[in-house]
Design a protein around this ligand. Structure first.
Ligand code: AMP
Length: 273
């Protein structure tokens, strides 16, 4: 595995391969969720690039940028064992220059849900993803459905900006308990972890209501909110795949999303129906 920190060196190495390239951008502190993306990239491509970059531009002032978990040695080992070809670890001051143009999230889809609660977050996400996609020049790039709105906005940006990379959505990996894996789960105390289960429980409840034939969004949200009573809910929403609220579940076109604070940790989870 080639570990590269320098952008020019990365570009040179990237130019050397004419294989089918899969790319997995991450912020590190890798877990089984990230690994599932890397495995899929390995299966579907001949050359795999993983990036680890904790992107300052997507954190709000009051958020956890400075204490975001860092596990570089373990991450390197995980990537090596997974058969990654290039691990790209750029420095922030090389990715960003002073007074740059940036990508602005779309007015509607970018400003609901996470965009409403974390203003500016998706501008930072889209800007760095555009930079990384331009550097990686991959055939396929892998993103988790766990970050549903991010995935939807990136898919839209790639389409609107005519970027020649396929965006491949990947299923959410969960603990046996149902808790969606997240680098931020390390912040959770034992007590928080039990409370955090209410997010996935509320989503499973929604799925079971839908399976029983109740397609009414209001009914489903009401039942979900009962399960979420011990956490500080930011939103529970039922939308179509373009993030418009919908009154009735549309099979194969719905996302059910929840965001909540558990102790001091903000978690998000969702189900694609
Ligand atoms: P992050 O390091 O949190 O920026 O995540 C990097 C990529 O991994 C993103 O595309 C995430 O959506 C994806 N990801 C994070 N958690 C999971 C998970 N539990 N299952 C699947 N993909 C995930």
């Amino acid at each position: 595995m080639n570990i590269i920190r320098n952008i020019e060196e990365f570009r040179k190495e990237r130019e050397k391969t004419n294989k089918k390239v899969g790319f997995v951008p991450t912020m590190g502190a890798l877990h089984e969720g990230h690994l599932s993306l890397i495995k899929k990239a390995k299966e579907e491509n001949d050359f795999v690039i993983v990036s680890i970059f904790v992107n300052p531009a997507q954190f709000l002032k009051n958020e956890d940028f400075s204490k975001y978990p860092k596990k570089e040695a373990a991450d390197i080992e995980i990537c090596r064992l997974a058969g990654v070809d290039i691990l790209f670890l750029p420095d922030a001051d090389k990715i960003y220059q002073k007074d740059e143009p940036k990508v602005v999230a779309p007015n509607i889809r970018g400003f609901v849900l996470e965009g409403f609660h974390r203003p500016g977050h998706f501008d930072g996400v889209l800007t760095v993803v555009l930079k990384l996609l331009n550097l990686a020049k991959a055939n396929n790039a892998y993103f988790g459905k766990k970050d549903a709105q991010q995935l939807i906005l990136i898919t839209q940006m790639v389409k609107n900006f005519f970027i020649d990379t396929n965006i491949i959505p990947c299923d959410t990996v969960r603990e046996k308990s149902g808790l969606a894996l997240s680098s931020r789960n390390v912040y959770l105390s034992q007590d928080d972890k039990i409370k955090a289960l209410s997010l996935s429980k509320s989503l499973y409840k929604a799925v079971s209501m839908i399976q029983a034939g109740d397609l009414n969004s209001k009914n489903i949200i009401k039942e979900m909110e009962k399960i979420l009573c011990e956490v500080e809910v930011d939103y529970v929403a039922i939308t179509d795949r373009e993030l418009n609220d919908i009154e009735k579940i549309e099979l194969k076109n719905t996302v059910i999303l929840v965001a909540a604070k558990v102790g001091t940790t903000r978690l998000i989870d969702n189900m694609w129906i």
